[in-house]
Unconditional design. Sequence first.
Length: 396
Amino acid sequence: MAEFTNEDDALLEELGVEIETKVTGGRTPREERIIAGLEEVQRFVDEHGRVPQYGEDRDIFERLYAVRLDRLRGLVECRALLGPMDRQKLLEGDEGISLPAIDSLDDESLLKALGVGSSAEGLTDLRHVRSAAEKKAAEEIATRKKCEDFEAFKPMFVEVKKDIDRGIRQIRPFQTMAEIQKGQWFIVGGQVAYVAEVGDEFVTEYDRRDCRLRVIYDNGTESDVLLRSLQRALHRNNAGRRITDLDQGPLFSGEIEEGDEASGTIYVLRSKSDNPVVAANRNIVHKIGVTGGSIDRRIGNAKLDPTFLLADDEIVATYKLSNIDRAKLETLIQRVFDPVRLNIEIKGRFGNQVVPREWFLVPLFVIDEAVNRIKDGTITDCQYDPGTASLTRAVG
């Protein structure tokens, strides 16, 4: 690629296309900024349905976008770089562009072409032209667009919000850039955000590593914000939050060994209730619970307890636990089998309606697999798929 002249460099920098000379990976950081400059113009066209134009009645930023587009059209090097990504064919036309050759303009002529007079008052108006800090702030916000494949991500957002409600995931203050990785969740600007993709790394003009992200938001939009821009947005006003990963912790220590603390039992029950729903699905309707005491004592009064369907229960499987957080385990089991939770109301002894929460329509062999996955730590992000009667890993 031919070198840009110093004059071109100065003008591109004035128009918000920052100048880079270092090469990292497939593109120089300077080329990344030129591409970003075109993308801002493209976003303007997407939003307004037309190319940016000049004129005193136009917003100062629109006039700057018009200058930028005219310059990008006029530089062969820029056209060669941007051609493959010029989805709107902006570099091929000249609608609305009436600026003289920029190389021939002095400062006063350039101001006049932008619709800003050369008087002291007019020059003062140039304070509205974006400074480097303002350009970075705009990049942090990054114009969002509709996420065309949001339906693929929507179940993940639903599940994450459920995990927060159940206490499986925690919301904590954002701390360091190292937390921003593919597959991580954040709250930025009051919205839940998911880092779906991480692009190739490059080095900025300040010799800092950066990369572009694809971030999906819970309102069905997405942005291609820079990693450091997302970091700044999360740090702004100390309002950014990180949503932790699924954190089951060391639920099991493996086989009970000498010195281990036997801390309970997972039990699986099958009800003898004559409720029509239970009777029709008796072989797959199971109660999955965790107790630190005697199971027999736990189910001794099942006939009087609506959480046990007011009927005797048969113990069909037990799994001994050691060094276990029982409350955390119960929450995990309920998350995994939530899609097939039995939706049934039982009238209690005093006439009140009770909805038992620990009964699921799931085969015993799947429960056994789930317990084994908990033991070896591979249960993370798994959920029961009733269509295939198997445990599957969540999308993402």
